[in-house]
Design a protein around this ligand. Structure first.
Ligand code: ADP
Ligand code: MG
Length: 556
């Protein structure tokens, strides 16, 4: 008896499809790459329901002949690679001829295409095979429509994220593609709404459109050439940093890649100018001979290896150092409120008030006075220094974590307008509830604009734009994560609390209130960043300070 059978083409395609197309975003990436390989100058991406319902990618590239259109959905059908030798001098993005075959086997595909001098054609593809075809009058170029992605692979469909999360991934891919090809126009339309639409070509304008003006104005231009490679683009000023690496954009030979050694070398170029745990922002394009770069050709992997890592490290570090020395950033980074006209009349309904808290026991501490930002108390027989900044950071943080701030949120008479990049906007929309839990109230105004109608009581208005941008960037870390709601709450609370107003003068009862708020905290000893909130000195320790063999104060 023979139990070994050959798998049908259909099954082989479905299995292989899983490797190439794991989400709507990877489908979009493949289709955009095909359009770019066809020399398109304008690419439009439409999607419904995060791309699971519909994806439609249209380009004005050179299109396909009727015969090619029918062949393009076959596995290992490619116009880009003829023999194994070609593998070593590949310049197109795709070459394995797998993407369309994969997509066609796990969705319902319609292809409309026309090549100059040829008749246009429209094909309907089902289960990987041409089901219908008819001639079509259209301009040269190609439109590929993908409906019901994963309809016949329920196991994969089940593991897809929610539509907003999938959309956010697509925003990100399109942004990256549009950055990697600043000479090609892109438009992304989600649920009939235009989300990204590039108006300009050229690196600087493109960066401004997609990453925000602030990214560009706060960056130094960088142009560097050495024997091994050419590097150009822009790097953020040392003040314009982020808490994560999502604003580091690197393209090697036209591909968006992750390349840790280069990112590290960039950081080294800043030497001591960066604060700990802050990351520079950059948009860099590296062009090098393909001999030096090892692009992992697995379709999902963007990682590259460098043949001469040391050399790259030294040269990239030097490129960054030079750029930071030679010129000033385009304009010094500073925040300008977007609603300047209303700035003066904008105020809050009420003065800041501390959220209503549980009644507390009388404290035994006596307030002695204030020294700089430190508050001095006598606690039984100890002298206690409170660092008022660290303490308010801690108390705000815990209030935010427990959702106690939302109720105290302050309505604004004149809402604050906040402009975000498409990706930031997508993140804010996706996590709007969680952000509002911090005491913000947001209204989407279409495009990438929001109106902030209420704020946490302790936040200054001019912090709002930066706070939301920082949140949007931090939230990107949760793409693809499961069970992140606690981590997210903590992150958002941290960002919001770290921007709380710094009070300078404390009256006695305010000082005592702060002291008591601190003692109701779950972790009163340290601020959320780990700095001590208070220092105790007892009599012996104070005496020791006056002796030659002094000991250091103990912190508690
Ligand atoms: P690959 O890109 O690796 O060659 P694909 O499955 O992505 O494989 O595409 C198969 C072939 O279909 C391509 O080699 C190309 O000839 C053709 N093709 C796909 N998309 C387009 C497009 N948008 N415009 C012109 N030709 C296309
Ligand atoms: Mg391809």
């Amino acid at each position: 008896m023979q139990i070994i059978r050959l798998l049908s083409d259909e099954t082989i395609n479905k299995i292989a499809a899983g490797e190439v197309i794991e989400s709507p975003a990877s489908c979009v990436k493949e289709l955009i790459e095909n359009a770019l390989d066809a020399n398109a100058k304008k690419i439009t991406i439409e999607m419904l329901g995060g791309g699971l319902k519909l994806l439609r990618i249209s380009d004005d590239g050179f299109g396909m002949s009727r015969l090619d259109a029918k062949a393009c959905i076959l596995r290992h059908a490619t116009s880009k690679l003829v023999s194994a030798d070609d593998l070593f001098r590949i310049s197109t993005k795709g070459f394995r001829g797998e993407a369309l075959a994969s997509i066609a086997s796990i969705s319902k595909v319609k292809i409309a295409t026309k090549k100059d001098g040829d008749e246009g054609i429209e094909l309907e593809v089902e289960e990987g095979k041409v089901a219908k075809e008819k001639p079509l009058a259209r301009r040269p170029g190609t439109t590929i429509e993908v409906r019901s992605l994963f309809y016949n692979v329920p196991a994969r469909k089940k593991f897809q994220k929610s539509a907003p999360a999938l959309s956010a991934e697509i925003f990100r891919i399109v942004t990256t593609m549009a950055l990697s090809h600043p000479d090609v126009h892109f438009e992304l339309i989600s649920n009939q709404r235009s989300i990204i639409k590039t108006e300009h070509t050229g690196l600087e304008k493109r960066a401004e459109e997609l990453l925000g003006e602030e990214f560009v104005s706060g960056s130094f231009p960088l142009h560097y050439k050495c024997d091994a490679f050419e590097l150009s683009g822009m790097i953020g000023s040392p003040q314009n940093t982020r808490s994560n690496k999502t604003s580091q954009h690197l393209f090697i030979n036209g591909r968006a890649v992750v390349c840790v050694p280069i990112a590290n070398a960039v950081r080294m170029g800043y030497a001591t100018r960066l604060e700990e745990r802050r990351h520079p922002i950059f948009l860099l394009y590296l062009t090098a001979s393909t001999d030096l770069i090892d692009v992992n050709v697995h379709p999902q992997k963007l990682e590259v290896r460098l043949r001469e890592e040391e050399l790259f490290h030294t040269e990239v570090e030097r490129a960054v150092m030079n750029a930071l020395q030679e010129e000033k950033p385009k304009s010094t980074y500073s925040f300008t409120p977007t609603n300047t006209a209303f700035e003066d009349v904008s105020f809050k309904f009420e003065e800041e008030q501390t959220p209503e808290l549980l009644p507390f026991e009388k404290t035994s501490a006596e307030f002695l006075g204030q020294f700089g930002s430190h508050l001095l108390f006598k606690e039984e027989d100890e002298l206690v220094f409170l660092d008022s900044k660290a303490v308010s950071f801690r108390t705000r943080f815990e209030q935010l974590q427990k959702n106690e701030t939302k109720a105290a949120s302050q309505g604004l008479l004149v809402p604050i307008r906040v402009d975000l990049t498409p990706v930031e906007c997508a993140m804010v929309l996706t996590h709007q509830d969680a952000i509002e839990g911090m005491g913000f109230s947001l209204r989407s105004m279409g495009g990438e604009t929001f109106q902030v109608e209420a704020l946490p009581p302790f936040l200054d208005e001019w912090e709002v734009q930066d706070a939301l941008v920082e949140m949007a960037h931090a939230l990107q870390a949760f793409i693809g994560e499961k069970d992140y709601s606690e981590a997210r709450q903590e992150k958002l609370a941290l960002i919001t609390a770290s921007r709380a107003k710094r009070k300078s003068g404390y009256l006695q009862d305010e000082a005592i209130r702060l002291y008591e708020e601190l003692h109701r905290c779950e972790s009163p000893k340290f601020c959320p960043k780990g700095n001590p909130t208070k220092v105790h000195l007892n009599d012996d320790e104070i005496k020791a300070l006056f002796r030659a063999d002094q000991k250091t104060a103990k912190s508690s």
